[in-house]
Design a protein around this ligand. Sequence first.
Ligand code: HEC
Ligand code: HEC
Length: 376
Amino acid sequence: MSSIIFLTTKKRIAYFVNTGKATTYCIANNKMKLTSRHITLFLLTGLLVLLSFARKEDPRYRFVIPKGWPKPTYDFKRNKVSEAGFELGRTLFNDPILSKDNSISCASCHLNFTAFTHADHNVSHGIYGLKGTRNSLALFNLAWNKTFMWDGRVTDLEGQPTNPITNRVEMDNSMDSVVAKLNRSGNYRKLFYTAFKDSVITPKTLLKSLAQFTVMLESFNSKYDSVIRSEPGVAFTENELKGYNLFKQHCASCHTEPLFTNNAFKNNGLLVDTALRDFGRMSITHQASDSLLFRVPSLRNIGVSGPYMHDGRFGRLKDVVEHYTSGTIKSPTLSHELENEIRLSTQDKKDLISFLNTLTDKYFLYDVRFRSTNPY
Ligand code: HEC
Ligand code: HEC
């Protein structure tokens, strides 16, 4: 508990500041002039008090449900986010110790400034220079996901990291050996003790801390959000507004606001890649009706998270818009929303892209809480 006490007598003026950790005080004779030393001391101690109050109610580790958004699907009661758990999760997310040969971290494929996906190649690159078969997914607003991965084969954010950790071409490790490695580190044992009151690291506490980090990756401060919240001085340009209307007409049935996904599985008419032969959802459900269905990805931060689609086949948003206007392939599972051709003029296409670029959330991309190194 922090406190500040002022005492004044006829002769003296004194103040005592207790920050919970230390007490500082200053006593001045009121015949003395207040010197700049007194003023500096006073300001400094005041700052200390403010800081210690800020630590008590630290909003940095508080999950926010933006106004008007649905209830998250993630159960926070099962794994309460704490400062120590989140910070440990961030350290682990960025540490290649999770991979077999200490070469690949989660952040190798999920970089913060591209909305936690990779940018320079279509399918992910993992351990030993091996290639995966899919484009890395951007990571944000995961608390609202009903399923995870392009085909929805994972249903729980907490359990998700066992996939990359044990995947042969991603981190090629086993949960037992990663936990054994972490248990050999005195520093990690200390950090796990602070977060979970147990210095013996288990797969459960490893997964819990990673989830405390990934669930906090929230993005809701793009230009689009400011416009929707009617913040003063922010408005769509004429082109962005036209683009928004086109978006609502042609895209929003699947990329539904405010999350810009309806969390459903759909076939958006991509030609099957003959080398990868990825049939999406069908490989999980074994139903022919799920052939070529993929989870509808969110379009938030889409301007920075290319390449696009489950196999990263499109490098630019222009290519994506061309796909929807003239490239969708008819097949028995093509989503009915896309059966009729979407006709857009060259200007319409530009406007649509201008709107998509308003979904970039710089506050999220440059949020110091999510960076790899601790800035505090
Ligand atoms: C080698 C690259 C690579 C590494 C390393 C990697 N990922 Fe991923 N991540 C991917 C790819 C690719 C996907 C999509 C996989 C799919 O759909 O089959 C993905 C998907 C995810 C998803 C699902 C997101 C969603 O919206 O469904 C989460 C969460 C995630 N990764 C977290 C992590 C964490 C945590 C780690 C570290 C333990 C990690 N990833 C390591 C490439 C990687
Ligand atoms: C019928 C549902 C549906 C409609 C309508 C739809 N999409 Fe999609 N969209 C999807 C699905 C499903 C994917 C993922 C497909 C894949 O990777 O196999 C996707 C992927 C994308 C991606 C790539 C996202 C990423 O992270 O790689 C962009 C960009 C996109 N859509 C934009 C649009 C635009 C713009 C429109 C309107 C012109 C639109 N979509 C209409 C279902 C839809």
